[in-house]
Design a protein around this ligand. Structure first.
Ligand code: SAM
Length: 273
């Protein structure tokens, strides 16, 4: 019998994916975790019925959430990743030679353990000696340190359950505090077609906290309802002076043109800001 996974995008839209096999299925303290193999997009991490990443196109999202901020910073050494338990973002961060330390703060240990076992192309990097994994709530973690990180990357799940606090203005204030005086951060901020209010709220909040702020986009087919947004707040550095990356570090999406073009926004997105 053929298996299909149905992802609810909105009350009125479900997207169906053909499944070859289910590799892992467990309810953790925080969420239902499934790892399945899709026919066309390969292995996928699904949390509470929402696809987080697939091995087929994860490079787009992970390169865009990591390299845009890391190239805007002239010399990123200490990086904090909040969420991101699959390891894909950390893998991209480690491609920057200047990076000496990466702290991954993922609330759910079971996500990290499952990714280590079933998604080694993403989570294999977590064995790198520069990486420390902590299974605590990112919202609380950022309240505990001051002036510590060069770059913070918020690779959270959708704003439901444990991730709700990661979209709050009070959280971005703590992120501002945990960053060094020239630090910057980026957060994944959902779909500009289906999460308009959230994008406006986050951007407006960040504008009140950080002197420099940008929204940029990328198309990630796994997030099937169109383009995806990322919101960046910076204490000092602007996109105009972004570094370029050595082409030999194994990138499939990001390049100099993408670094510039990602910030060009269509009118309907500009109007959200
Ligand atoms: N790329 C993905 C997306 O846009 O859907 C996000 C992937 S990553 C797997 C999201 C992770 O954030 C999940 O593993 C989840 O457990 C974690 N998370 C949610 N709330 C969190 C919190 N408050 N602190 C730390 N991690 C959190």
């Amino acid at each position: 019998m053929q298996l299909w996974f149905s992802e609810r995008e909105t009350d009125n839209i479900n997207v169906k994916w053909k499944v070859e096999q289910t590799l892992y299925s467990k309810k953790s303290q925080y969420q239902q975790i499934d790892i399945v193999e899709f026919t066309d997009f390969g292995r996928a991490l699904i949390l509470d019925g929402i696809i987080q990443t697939t091995v087929y196109d994860e490079f787009i999202y992970h390169e865009m959430i990591a390299h845009i901020p890391l190239c805007i910073h002239p010399n990123p050494k200490k990086v904090l990743v909040i969420g991101g338990g699959d390891g894909g973002t950390v893998r991209e961060v480690l491609k920057h030679e200047s990076v000496e330390k990466v702290d991954l703060v993922e609330i759910d240990k079971e996500v990290v353990d499952a990714a280590r076992k079933y998604l080694p192309e993403l989570a294999g990097c977590l064995e790198d000696p520069r990486v420390t994994v902590q299974n605590v709530d990112g919202f609380k973690f950022v309240q505990e340190k001051t002036s510590y990180y060069d770059v913070v990357i918020i690779d959270s799940s959708d704003p439901i359950g444990p991730a709700v606090g990661l979209f709050a203005k009070s959280f971005y204030k703590s992120v501002h505090k945990i960053l060094k005086e020239d630090g910057l951060f980026v957060a994944q901020t959902e779909s500009p077609l289906f999460n308009k209010e959230l994008i406006t709220d986050v951007y407006t909040g960040i504008k009140e906290i950080f002197p420099v702020q940008y929204l940029y986009t990328a198309g990630v087919p796994t997030y099937s309802i169109g383009p995806w947004t990322f919101t960046l707040g910076s204490k000092r550095y602007t996109k105009e002076k972004a570094r370029t990356l050595n082409k030999k570090i194994g990138l499939k999406y990001f390049n100099e043109d993408v670094q510039k073009g990602a910030f060009l926004l269509p009118q309907y997105i500009k109007e959200l800001l």
